[in-house]
Design a protein around this ligand. Structure first.
Ligand code: ADP
Ligand code: ASP
Ligand code: MG
Length: 814
């Protein structure tokens, strides 16, 4: 015997039912078949809604019932030729009239009992199974229709009845022993109590019906046919990269379904597990797709965990108080109260201090639970030994599940590390001693992010998604976007990174797109964006609640820089080429570093010094490996290097500076370069990275710029430089006469930093430094005489963008 169950979407309309018929025909060629069907997709909800409307005195229940009737009638009309429709149509009409009569009764009495609700809702499966049985006959497939209520006996817990297996198994076995039919068609979900009143097995219960029949009949296989090609590593509605689990153990399937994997109704596994009957989960709409096999032999498939699931609308009950410590029987009384309230417990945690017990239940039962528990502990609450029950709602449970987690250290570390890095606050944790499941209670608003983060963390074939929010779309920003576009395939294939720009702004406009802004059309999209509002842009980043979010600052904007603290504290990583933050007060710099550490998020700013050159990275590597930096000597201004490499007294100094600005080497305000401020910032950032508590006014700057050039506007600056040409020429000539070159040098030694123009003789490391190059010499304990040298292009949009790009990739690994 084979038991096949088809769910609501598999039988939603005539076209789908025809697919079911061909699957059943094929199965019938192998062996006898028991076919269990759900109601037509959406009908159970419709029936429940109609009954609820009627009870509320809302006449619109009639419209609902009209809809119900027309859906079933049109399904019959499409499945069965006109000549033979009439008997089926009249059977459907009779049942629809019966539903209407009951609903009228509910409407008149304004009362809907659980008994009546089950009666109403049972018509969904009664109708569908009748129609499908007739359609099979019409297709030449002989079958016997049987009402499941005659065979499955339950208690009187209407809506979620418990099965009396002894009687049920006996009835089923007797009925099948007495019949020779090759195909049986039965409604899922419905049953009856000992007094023959209709009961139901809980939402999604048709799976359970099928399992009950499979176990009672010792079937060779139970097939659950649905609208996905098997049990997946996570809910495909939440995780786009979820994939089919080819093989899974009964216990794993049970855990996943109990913790929310809707594809199988949780009680389904137990009956088939006891009889060791394999279960296949298959797709009605892609019958030849690989499927999931649930049985005893599921092997490890290289992943430590098998799947991830979640349940929403959870409430956490917290019983706390000093009067609980060391007192036996408290938990007994707590769980007794919950049981008396007929509430199911989903998760339990208790700290070893015994000062509190936490219980997760369905949110809908929270008020009832509080009433029962506060009553049970009324005496202790009155004497302040125990606090009134604390109830928190809008929570979810996420669970990672896998048989092979047992004895594998580091899984919870991995799980909570990944959640933590993404700012997902964990309210309670539970791990059973079977080590097959680790569950965490989190805020419901974080579920999608959490499940995706865990999926990326645990399934190697999963792609890690980075969500970038980029501020600045000028020289550097546009190159960065171009590089991201060009490297997209490489990142995907080689680094398993899916990099998306979820937000983009320039000084005028901003746009957001949670699915990723198109990188080949961002310019157009940005011009149509809303006006840029820094505050709005920054608050939107955490509120989008996307996983692996990184704010990328390619501006020189002070307001943005002074907001990094708020982002980091919300677990948003920051990658900046903007130097304002790291060169503001030491206190703020330190606060940002501390926040990044505290929230385990990246704060990276390699391009603050030497553009794309690995200056800060090299320094950090030296320090991390225990080396000590004794002196740093550096030429850190691409602009000044370019200017002094190109200025020879023939073209005016102002014109050479202008050229540097045109080539994109200068800061937006070139006076920051010419006056040495930019170099001061850079040497200060390097000094701070070594641990030095340095401020800008601790640095001595012997500027070569006449004071007159440094006031007024940028235009004034260029005009004043023209006027001062003689001054610049004199500096140049003095160096040239001595055979030296001019370099603006930054030095850090013995806790002191200084910057200034120096004449560099031909034998010096700095002499052969061309174009806009930077060079940094690190004199350390390990490199005492011959310094460690980092040298290369130290300015320019392309290299700066690639440095930011490298930081983004680095950030993805933190
Ligand atoms: P049926 O009506 O056939 O019983 P259900 O709607 O009850 O189907 O269950 C199938 C649905 O379960 C899928 O369409 C999918 O959206 C959802 N689902 C949730 N978690 C998972 C998972 N881990 N694997 C597969 N499907 C899942
Ligand atoms: N029709 C019922 C429901 O929607 C049972 C099922 O489909 O499994 O819950
Ligand atoms: Mg289902």
């Amino acid at each position: 015997m084979q038991v096949l169950k088809f769910g609501g979407s598999s039988v939603a309309n005539a076209a789908n039912i025809n697919k079911v018929i061909s699957i059943v025909r094929k199965a019938g060629e192998k062996n006898r078949v028991v076919l269990i069907v759900s109601a037509l997709g959406g009908i159970t909800d419709l029936l429940l809604n109609s009954a609820a409307l009627a009870a509320a005195g809302d006449e619109s229940f009639r419209e609902q019932l009209n809809l119900l009737e027309s859906r079933h009638l049109s399904t019959v009309q499409q499945l069965i030729p006109v000549a033979r429709q009439s008997s089926v149509l009249s059977a459907v009409k009779t049942q629809c009239n019966e539903i209407e009569d009951i609903c009228n009764g509910i409407f008149l009495l304004r009362e809907l009992s659980a008994v009546t609700r089950d009666r109403v809702v049972s018509f969904g499966e009664l109708l569908s199974s009748r129609i499908i049985s007739s359609a099979l006959t019409e297709n030449g497939i002989a079958n016997t229709w049987k009402d499941a209520r005659d065979l499955i006996i339950t208690d009187s817990h209407f809506g979620n009845a418990k099965v009396d297996f002894d009687n049920t198994n006996r009835q089923i076995q007797k009925f099948f022993a007495d019949s020779k039919a090759a195909l049986f068609v039965l409604p899922g979900f419905i049953a009856a109590n000992a007094s023959k009143l209709t009961t139901t097995l809980g939402r999604g219960g048709s799976d359970y019906t099928a399992s009950i029949f499979a176990a009672a009949l010792n079937a060779e296989i139970l097939e659950i046919w649905t609208d996905v090609s098997g049990i997946m590593t996570a809910d495909p509605n939440l995780v786009s990269s979820a994939r089919i689990i080819p093989a899974i153990s009964y216990q794993e399937a049970m855990e996943l379904s109990h913790f929310g994997a809707k594809v199988i109704y949780p009680p389904t596994i137990q009956p088939v597990l006891k009889k060791n009957i394999p279960v296949r989960v298959k797709n009605t709409f892609a019958a030849s797709d690989p499927r999931t096999l649930i049985d005893h032999s599921a092997q490890s498939n290289g992943n430590i965990i098998r799947g991830i699931s979640s349940i929403n609308r959870i409430a956490l009950l917290g019983l706390e108080g000093s009067g609980m410590v060391g007192i036996p029987g408290i938990s007994k009384r707590l769980f007794e109260a919950i049981a008396n309230a007929q509430i199911n417990v989903i998760m339990i945690t208790q700290g070893s201090s015994e000062h509190s017990i936490c219980v997760a239940i369905e949110e809908a039962h929270a008020a009832k639970a509080k009433q029962f528990i506060d009553e049970a502990f009324a005496a202790e609450i009155a004497s302040d030994q125990i606090d009134p029950l604390i109830v928190e709602t809008a929570l979810s449970v996420v669970a990672v599940v896998g048989d092979h987690m047992k004895n594998h250290p580091g899984i919870s570390g991995k799980m909570f590390g990944a959640l933590g890095r993404n700012g997902v606050n964990v309210r309670a944790i539970a791990q059973g001693s079977s080590e097959r499941n680790i569950s965490a209670v989190i805020y419901q608003a974080d579920v999608k992010k959490a499940i995706n983060v865990l999926h990326e963390e645990f399934f190697e074939t999963s792609y890690k998604q980075l969500n970038l929010f980029v501020a600045g779309a000028g020289n550097v920003g546009s190159r960065l976007l171009e590089q991201l576009l060009n490297q997209r395939t490489y990142l995907y294939n080689h680094l398993r990174l899916q990099v998306r720009v979820a937000g983009l702004a320039n000084s005028k406009r901003m746009i957001f797109n949670e699915n990723g802004i198109s990188l080949d059309n961002w310019k157009n999209e940005l011009t149509m964006g809303e006006p840029m509002d820094i505050e709005h842009f920054l608050t939107d980043i955490p509120s989008k609640n996307l996983r692996n979010s990184i704010f990328v600052d390619v501006t020189a904007n002070g307001e943005l820089a002074m907001s990094y603290d708020k982002l980091l504290a919300k677990s948003i990583g920051v990658v900046a080429c903007n130097k304002v933050a790291c060169s503001s007060s030491f206190e703020y710099y330190k606060q940002l570093k501390d926040l990044a550490r505290e929230y385990s998020v990246p704060f990276l700013f390699e391009t603050n010094v030497g553009a794309g050159l690995p200056v800060i990275g090299t320094l950090n590597d030296l320090l991390r490996s225990g080396d000590r930096v004794n002196r740093i000597q550096a030429v850190l201004s691409g602009t000044l290097n370019f200017v002094f490499n190109n200025y020879d007294g023939k073209t005016s100094f102002a014109k050479v500076v202008w050229q540097a600005q045109q080539e994109g080497y200068t800061e937006p305000d070139p006076r920051l370069d010419l006056g040495g401020t930019d170099v001061m910032r850079k040497i200060m950032i390097l000094a701070r990275e070594t641990g030095e508590q340095m401020e800008m006014n601790d640095i001595s700057n012997t500027s070569f710029m006449p004071a007159s050039c440094m006031t007024g506007t940028v235009d004034d600056f260029y005009q004043e430089m023209e006027k001062e040409e003689a001054h610049f020429k004199k500096i140049y000539q003095a160096a040239a006469d001595a055979g030296n070159k001019l370099k603006f040098v930054a030095t850090y030694e013995n806790g002191k930093a200084s910057v200034g123009l120096q004449q560099i003789p031909s034998q010096h490391d700095f002499y052969h430094l061309y174009g806009k190059d930077n060079v940094v010499l690190f004199y350390t304990d390990r490199y005492p005489e011959q310094p460690l040298v980092v040298k290369g292009a130290g300015a320019g949009a392309e290299v700066t963008a690639s440095g930011v790009f490298a930081d983004i990739i680095r950030a993805s690994r933190i």
